[in-house]
Design a protein around this ligand. Structure first.
Ligand code: HEM
Length: 202
């Protein structure tokens, strides 16, 4: 059956009007208006200073394999989370990452962000839900908190001294609006010195 021409024109006009009504461009076959993806500049960070002094050493420690007799494992070891040879998912670590001297003015944020220690910080922070120890894979995996872990049980309980350091780091982000190098978090050390201070856990 041959649809009269006037009806076709009417149908096309109705569609164009309908599209214009819902914000679409009149050129139905054209490209959609450009979508702007604003950069995400907000959001909180964890302390880089506390990470390199108190958390990164955990990744290098010879930790007992629970239920494995005298065997030990290293989180940043090859086959585990070592960045090149590891099979440890998204947690990728440089075992030989050098400590950054935060008191040296030459170590600007840009210089630090290019360092291997910063890559370890960034990868570990990505396995954290800031402020929530239970939702953070960095703690849930080695504790088997409702999840499986390719490396098995690493910390016997949340009272494990290493687990406590990770819990403390996760639950003390730098103040909103400050970056990961904020000195506000030097209070996480006693005395409040990122080079000599002991790592607080409470
Ligand atoms: C303190 C030590 C360790 C921590 C904090 C840790 C943490 C993690 C995290 C956060 C993930 C998930 C990564 C993702 O989201 O993709 C993971 C996965 C994995 N880990 Fe570990 N791990 C540790 C030790 C180990 C060790 C010693 C091994 C090897 C024996 C190991 C082997 C693996 C493997 C194979 C996976 C990938 C499979 C999975 O998602 O469970 N891990 N680990």
């Amino acid at each position: 059956m041959n649809t009269p021409r006037i009806l076709k024109v009417l149908a096309a006009a109705t569609t164009t009007l309908a599209l214009a009504g819902c914000g679409g461009s009149t050129d139905v076959l054209g490209n959609p208006p450009t979508v702007s993806n604003a950069a995400v500049v907000t959001g909180q960070s964890l302390s880089f200073a506390y990470f390199q002094r108190c958390i990164n050493p955990i990744f290098l420690a010879q930790l007992p394999v629970q239920g494995g007799g005298a065997a030990t494992n290293t989180c940043a070891g090859s086959g585990c989370h070592e960045t090149k040879t590891g099979t440890g998912g998204a947690l990728r670590l440089f075992p030989a990452a050098a400590t950054v001297d935060l008191s040296d003015p030459a170590n600007t944020p840009a210089v630090i962000r290019a360092s291997d220690m910063y890559k370890n910080f960034y990868s570990a922070q990505a396995a954290v839900v800031i402020g929530s120890t239970t939702q953070s894979r960095l703690l849930a995996k080695p504790l088997l908190l409702g999840v499986l872990h390719g490396g098995g049980l690493i910390f016997l309980s949340e009272n494990d001294p290493n687990a406590k350091l990770i819990q403390y780091w996760i639950s003390r982000p730098v103040p909103q609006g400050q970056d990961e190098f904020s000195t506000a978090n030097y209070s996480m050390f006693t005395p409040a010195d990122p080079k000599t201070g002991a790592c607080n856990t409470q």
